[in-house]
Design a protein around this ligand. Structure first.
Ligand code: SF4
Length: 407
């Protein structure tokens, strides 16, 4: 079973998103028909994505060996804040519903972090924050504006201070897991109405970034789960490490540990089931789809993508280096939708729609994402089948309204 936060088909079937999704499917159906009949291509809808990953900065105050964004960290690229705010407003007018502040750098060290989160909430966007947790003071500052289903997730990846420091190499050398976790009860006391998660990327022997071996952390899964529960986190999320393939895509590469893989999976499974035993009605242990398919050995099924990735129209990544079609291809030139000003105003948004249409023709996901264990695999095939269906009408059965627009 897919975790509900990763059940993107159910999310797109929410009644409040149906109009957006149907207009997208209509355009793609009309486009196929026009091409088959040799007529000019219909224009794409004047849409922004429903959800974006927004990298506020490339700056980071850690030097994690396992960082997937190592190549873009601490580069000189910056957002122009006025352009960024204008882009967000333009996108909201075109259907943007949620923003995940994440990746490429540490969002809480963006100079205008607190003001920017308040700006997003004033626009009634759903907001999620993925942070290294080093600036608990910044999280406390914005805790009052977050609400269900907003969330904050701390990337911690260890259960004890020694492994935490060895994996993350914080610039402030004395920083400890204890210090980071001590902020959580204070944040919860200020506002208990949003989820706070403890993220744990499981690293096994043989995983690497470029040629840098990454420290294994399988044995601290249970310790971390106990810690997360003790400090009042709502959940721990367990997922496997990703690596950059040649060409830039983020992939899970268990073959790197092939010799030891079976033994590794057994050890991971043992730790994960002990961690799961700690779950109760207040505290959840979430096993990511990626980790589940690694354990089941079915991860290859998620690498079979349709040629056209439809999710690139519904979820994009806005970074100081430009706008990209997918988090798995952040910063990769061939996945570029436009610049950082791609949605700066209505005129730019129109140009960007055209560029996106071109990219969708050019970017063959069945090739470019052939090694990616893509969490959007199911929803992409669901959209593909609707578009390919020769019947004129579009028949999407409405699902439950969960008011969750994170994609
Ligand atoms: S197929 Fe998956 S990995 Fe590839 S661009 Fe689409 S969402 Fe990203």
């Amino acid at each position: 079973m897919t975790e509900s936060i990763h059940d993107f088909t159910a999310k797109l079937r929410q009644p409040s998103l149906l109009d957006h999704v149907e207009r997208y499917v209509r355009w793609r159906k009309d486009l196929r028909r026009a091409r088959a009949e040799g007529r000019p291509a219909p224009p794409p809808p004047d849409h922004a994505p429903i959800s974006i990953n927004l990298d506020l900065t490339t700056a980071c105050n850690y030097r994690c060996d396992h960082c997937i964004d190592w190549d873009i960290l601490n580069t000189k690229h910056r957002h122009d804040e006025e352009t960024l705010r204008s882009a967000i407003i333009t996108m909201v007018e075109r259907g943007l519903r949620s923003t995940i502040l994440i990746g490429g750098g540490e969002p809480t060290i963006y100079p205008g972090f607190s003001d920017f989160v308040r700006f997003l909430k004033d626009l009634e966007l759903q907001v999620a924050i993925v942070t290294n947790g080093s600036r608990g003071d910044k999280l406390l500052e914005i805790a009052d504006v977050l609400e269900t289903p907003d969330w904050v997730r701390l990337s911690l990846d260890a259960g004890g201070n020694e492994l935490f420091r060895a994996m993350h190499k914080p610039v402030k050398k004395s920083l400890s897991l204890d210090e980071i976790c001590a902020w959580i009860p204070r944040i919860k006391q200020r506002n208990p109405n949003f989820q706070v998660g403890y993220s744990y990327i499981i690293v096994w022997q043989g995983a690497s970034r470029d040629d840098v071996a990454i420290r294994e952390n399988i044995d601290e899964v249970v310790l971390a789960t106990e810690r997360a529960k003790r400090y009042g986190f709502d959940y721990i999320a367990l997922k496997p490490v990703l690596e950059r393939a040649q060409g830039g895509a983020e992939v899970m590469d268990p073959s790197a540990a092939r010799d030891a893989l079976n033994g590794t999976v057994v050890r991971i499974r043992e730790q994960v089931s002990r961690a799961q035993a700690l779950a109760d009605e207040r505290f959840a242990v979430r096993v990511s789809t990626n980790l589940r398919v690694l354990e089941e050995g079915s991860w290859r099924d998620y690498t079979n993508q349709p040629s056209t990735c439809h999710m690139q129209a519904l979820r994009q990544v806005l970074t100081p280096m430009g706008t990209f079609n997918c988090p798995a291809h952040r910063g990769v030139e061939k996945a570029r939708v436009g610049g950082q000003e791609a949605y700066a105003d209505a005129a730019m948004a129109k140009i960007t729609s055209g560029q996106l249409a071109d990219l969708m023709d050019r970017f063959d996901a069945s090739h470019e994402c052939r090694e990616v264990t893509c969490l959007y695999n199911g929803v992409n095939w669901w959209l593909e089948k609707m578009i390919e269906d020769p019947r004129e009408e579009i028949d999407i059965e409405p699902g439950d309204e969960r008011s969750d627009f994170f994609l």
